[in-house]
Write a protein that binds this ligand. Structure first.
Ligand code: SF4
Ligand code: SF4
Ligand code: SF4
Length: 501
């Protein structure tokens, strides 16, 4: 007899006095937790399958349901905690690598929460964003170090192509395949309406979304899925993905079960075959190789598209960024270790990489010290959760931020962290047509637009409080930041003073 070592993590609490046996929960749960017992005329639950996505709770018409964390605990101690013991049991049973989704959940420092923003008082007065114009527009791309004029005194415009954003936020790479058609459509529609960009990720661009090209970053990853000339021409910018915060140093894997229909067509691979992107690009082993790819992509698009190089935040990120800045790339995107993912090996997600705040500060300083900061723009991601995080990132040196998890939350994601199963009850990380249609792109894009509109208001309020009326003048202005509860080394890397100084 096999023993089930793992007690369910969640309990389904059903108030029988409220339950009217409408079976909505049964229909809404793709994990088949709820079931109607015809004989007893009562709803039953198999809690071992519940991932706490809250779908049934949200749709129960009588508020009869609650999902609670089970208080049944193993004999844990500070060293061997519940989760660690359960992981051993799982691997002892499966013999496989543990897979996870979304970002690193461990209680490692979130530096955004240890940084405080300044506000003007008395002198250098604050600005009222409701009455005064405030500029949140940013341009990404190489900037000239000086203004030049020709012999007639006319201004010489030698700017390389720039990405114009109405605010310093973009939707980060999430591939069609890892997320649904309707999720991609919601992001594309919202980006167009907002005047920002969304990112195809490594899954190619569905033909229906070419109309959103001016608001699209097309990604070129190591697997080259869906990459062809028309695809490169379609986007506003091209991103070479060298690394990703959730899984630095390894490739990607979308299981064959998700390579169906349009996903297979868009990726240009047969239905049912696993989409495995290798860990390295097999043509890049040096900055010179990277430079070749950057210029091949520019050549293929008549030098009209800025090229972004995306890397994961790792130990020597400042030196890596310095190399990328000399490769001809227009933008460096850095993804911190709390960045989300559709699926990553748990050990990699939770143990590899460094926080984006430290990486950003180190890279900005290095590029300034080397006099090449204007060669590139910096975009950072990896758990940017609010307008305050955006303002802090800009003051630490970022030109803009990438958000993904926050965007998915706006679409209805409840962070159940089981995207890798393909059974997303909210219609986001799934290709099951019955689940996909649960996400209405009109409603989804409306919610994304609301979120970004709210953040824009908040960014303006914080800028006004600092007496700053243009986001570009905040970039790298670390005097506007103070640390709290940080040690000398952390303050030194962040390049900020402690609160009270
Ligand atoms: S949705 Fe609510 S009322 Fe309907 S069967 Fe489930 S628990 Fe009962
Ligand atoms: S998996 Fe989601 S829908 Fe299913 S029982 Fe749990 S919370 Fe409800
Ligand atoms: S996208 Fe869906 S499956 Fe993934 S964490 Fe969010 S709700 Fe869960």
């Amino acid at each position: 007899m096999s023993i089930n070592y793992i007690y369910p993590e969640f309990e389904v609490v059903r108030n029988q006095n409220r339950c009217i046996c409408c079976r909505v929960c049964e229909r809404q749960c793709a994990n088949e937790v709820h079931r109607f017992d015809k004989d007893g005329k009562v709803m039953l639950s198999d809690e071992s399958k519940c991932v706490n996505c809250q779908r049934c709770v949200s749709l129960c018409p009588t508020r009869a349901l609650k999902i609670v964390k089970s208080d049944c605990t193993l004999r844990e101690n500070a060293n061997w905690q519940n989760q660690t013991i359960k992981e051993i049991y799982k691997q002892a049973e499966s013999g496989g690598v543990l897979l996870s989704s979304m970002g690193n959940p461990n209680p490692l420092p979130v530096y955004w929460d240890k940084i405080l923003i300044n506000a003007s008082q008395v002198t250098n007065p604050s600005i009222d964003p409701l009455r005064e114009p405030m500029e949140t527009k940013v341009f990404l791309g190489k900037k000239p170090n000086k203004v030049e004029r020709d012999k007639n005194g006319e201004f010489i415009n030698n700017l390389t192509p720039q990405i114009e954003l109405s605010m310093p936020v973009m939707f980060s790479a999430m591939s069609y395949g890892s997320i649904s058609y309707n999720a991609h459509k919601s992001l594309a529609m919202a980006a167009k309406e907002l005047g920002i960009l969304y990112n195809t990720g490594e899954g190619g661009l569905h033909e229906d979304f070419y109309v959103y090209g001016d608001n699209t970053i097309v990604q070129v990853a190591s697997g080259r899925f869906g990459v062809h000339e028309k695809y490169l021409q379609a986007g506003k910018a091209i991103e070479i993905k060298m690394g990703q915060g959730a899984k630095p140093g390894i490739g990607g894997h979308l299981p064959g079960t998700k390579i169906v229909g349009d996903v297979s067509k868009t990726r240009m691979i047969p239905e049912g075959s696993d989409a495995i992107s290798p860990a390295p690009h097999h043509d890049i082993y040096s900055i010179e190789d990277l430079r070749q790819l950057v210029y091949s992509l520019k050549e293929a698009t008549a030098y009209k598209k800025p090229v972004i190089v995306k890397v994961a935040a790792v130990h020597n990120i400042a030196a890596i960024a310095s190399g990328i800045a000399r490769s001809g790339a227009d933008v460096i995107a850095i993804d911190g270790f709390r960045g989300g993912t559709g699926a990553a090996p748990t050990r990699i997600r939770d143990n590899v990489g460094i926080p984006i705040e430290l990486a950003l500060a180190a890279v900005d300083k290095r590029l300034r010290d080397e006099g090449i900061r204007n060669n590139v723009s910096l975009v950072v991601g990896g758990s940017v959760r609010s307008a305050a995080d955006v303002v802090k990132a800009v003051a630490l040196g970022a030109d803009a931020c990438y958000i993904a998890t926050a965007a998915l939350l706006a679409l209805g994601c409840h962070l159940c962290r089981t995207c890798q199963t393909g059974k997303c009850n909210w219609g986001i990380a799934t290709q099951n047509p019955e689940l996909v249609k649960r996400l209405n792109p009109e409603i989804g894009s409306g919610r994304l637009i609301n979120l970004m509109t709210a953040w824009k208001h908040e960014i303006k309020e914080m800028m006004g409080g600092m007496g700053i009326n243009s986001i570009e003048t905040l970039r790298g202005n670390r005097l506007m930041l103070r640390g709290i509860g940080l040690n000398e080394k952390e303050l030194e890397i962040l390049g900020i003073s402690h609160a009270g100084e």
